[in-house]
Design a protein around this ligand. Structure first.
Ligand SMILES: *Cc1c(COP(=O)(O)O)cnc(C)c1O
Length: 389
């Protein structure tokens, strides 16, 4: 197999597929296509909701990057999540989900899908015994994330898959791979049935497209995903597919740089006297550093840390930052910072936040692609001004 970067640049991009031999996939804004004769459209394209050449070239690339047969893109990560659950579940089924779940997925599981007579069991999936005992005959879907957000806790994906697959109800395992992207983690190789991503984050990487994907080798699931892509219509525009496809061309280069900057920032913060705790799987001090090295190909650009002090220290620190932007989301070329307890995880009940260690002094950083020295200098000067008042 070709290496990742080569596949990202070439898969699905062959100029021979276009009449004009365009080296870059054209943006086909057409919603409909002329047919040769009734029911005989060129290349199977009859209406853009069902299929579009710009979308196809992105989907081909995404599938090949995970050495998979099938990839489907949707209008957001949440749309991909919603399509996955609609394809897999029926009334009366149960979902077993990791307790430390992305807030939007948590909201969808506990306030949307539950109204269709589907129950959700939230489990601390770092404890394999708890996973084993939480599986029921009705469990049809196991939903994992690793590392989690914002505490950057890992779960052993292949160990969980082997427990799940030996259960008689044979639930489908979906891994939300958004935090790692397919460059740093390959869920299908770890035994998962479906690799889900919010492409909005690292894969597009430029903070200007909302999109999600489902990648699988299972023909039965692929048929359902394709049917629901057509039937529900939560599809991205051809222009967004073009942009995401363009972002994909530099994913490997960006991820290496995100990792290099994040590791430098994590090491700097870890030795700083005003920092209580740094959470970054790439640090040997991370409790699951060995698992991270075994399961992933790298450590991404996400890190969290707890500042010494209280909520007012956090506020002073944030006010002093010059390069980091206070904003939700992650995975773009620019460095972002947020306070999960007040922003992304505000909807998590206070007692659950306390249990997960999401305090007012915990900040989550998406380390961007600015020069390493500038990132560290910004953190350093902001730490200084947060303590001097
Ligand atoms: C952002 C995100 C999502 C949702 O994706 P959208 O593209 O915003 O709909 C799902 N899971 C994780 C881990 C995310 O970070």
């Amino acid at each position: 197999m070709k290496h990742f970067g080569t596949t990202a640049i070439h898969a699905g991009q062959d100029a021979e597929q276009w009449g004009c031999k365009s080296v870059v996939p054209p943006i086909f804004n057409a919603t409909t296509f002329k047919q040769h004769s009734p029911g005989d459209p060129e290349g199977g394209y009859d209406y853009t909701r069902g299929g579009n050449p710009t979308r196809s070239s992105l989907q081909t690339a995404l599938a090949e990057l995970e050495d998979a047969e099938h990839a489907f893109v949707f209008s957001s990560g949440m749309a991909a999540c919603s399509i996955a659950t609609q394809a897999i579940l029926k009334s009366g089924d149960r979902i077993l989900a990791i307790n430390d779940l992305y807030g939007g997925t948590n909201r969808y599981f506990s306030r949307v899908i539950n109204t269709f007579n589907i129950k959700v069991d939230f489990v601390d999936a770092t404890d394999l015994e708890k996973v084993k005992t939480a599986l029921t005959p009705e469990t049809a879907l196991v939903w994992l994330e690793s590392p989690t957000n914002p505490t950057l806790t890992l779960v052993d994906i292949s160990a969980i898959v082997s427990i799940v697959k030996s259960h008689p109800s044979k639930p489908v395992v979906v891994v939300d791979n958004t935090f790692m992207s397919s460059y740093f983690q390959q869920p299908l190789r770890l035994g998962a049935d479906v690799s889900m991503q919010s492409l909005t984050k690292y894969t597009n990487g430029h903070t200007d497209v909302l999109m999600g994907s489902l990648v699988t080798n299972r023909t039965d699931l692929a048929e359902k995903f394709s049917f629901l892509q057509l039937s529900i219509g939560a599809v991205p525009s051809p222009f967004d597919c073009f942009l995401c496809n363009r972002g994909l061309k530099t994913l490997h280069v960006r991820m290496r740089e995100h990792q290099r900057n994040a590791l430098a920032a994590a090491q700097f913060l870890e030795t700083h006297s005003q920092v209580e705790r740094v959470l970054y799987p790439g640090l040997p001090s991370h409790p699951q550093h060995q698992l991270a090295k075994k399961q992933c190909y790298g450590f991404s650009g996400m890190l969290s840390f707890r500042i010494k002090g209280d909520a007012s220290t956090t506020k002073r620190f944030l006010n002093a930052l010059k390069i980091f932007t206070l904003a939700e989301s992650l995975g773009g070329y620019e460095s972002l910072i947020e306070v999960p307890s007040l922003m992304t995880h505000q909807s998590v009940p206070p007692e659950q936040r306390a249990e997960l260690g999401i305090t007012d002094t915990l900040m989550r950083l998406s380390i961007g692609l600015e020069e390493t020295g500038d990132i560290i200098e910004d953190l350093d000067q902001a730490l200084k001004s947060s303590s001097s008042e």
